[in-house]
Design a protein around this ligand. Structure first.
Ligand SMILES: [Zn+2]
Length: 84
């Protein structure tokens, strides 16, 4: 589902949006300072969206999350290598 005002993907809850943000970071290699860094509650659709502005979400700097992102990236790397 997309927001009619921001045209961004809507997440039903903060937890879902946070999880999606972590996944996004794990799967994509961002140029520092670009790409979504945080989530916010939308005034228009009552859903949660990504934002590339402001401070990074505190969860992204949690050691267990960092570890997960690192592992997922490694997994993706080997997946690509093996597919060749
Ligand atoms: Zn919205």
């Amino acid at each position: 589902m997309f927001c009619k005002v921001s045209h961004k993907v809507c997440y039903d809850s903060e937890t879902l949006a946070e999880e999606a943000l972590i996944q996004h970071h794990a799967r994509q290699h961002h140029v520092p300072g670009r790409g979504p860094v945080n989530i916010y509650l939308c005034d228009h659709c009552d859903g949660w969206h990504f934002t590339s502005k402001g401070e990074p979400h505190p969860s992204l700097s949690r050691p267990d999350v960092q570890e997960r992102i690192r592992k997922e990236r490694e997994g993706n790397y080997w997946e690509r290598k093996l597919r060749g």
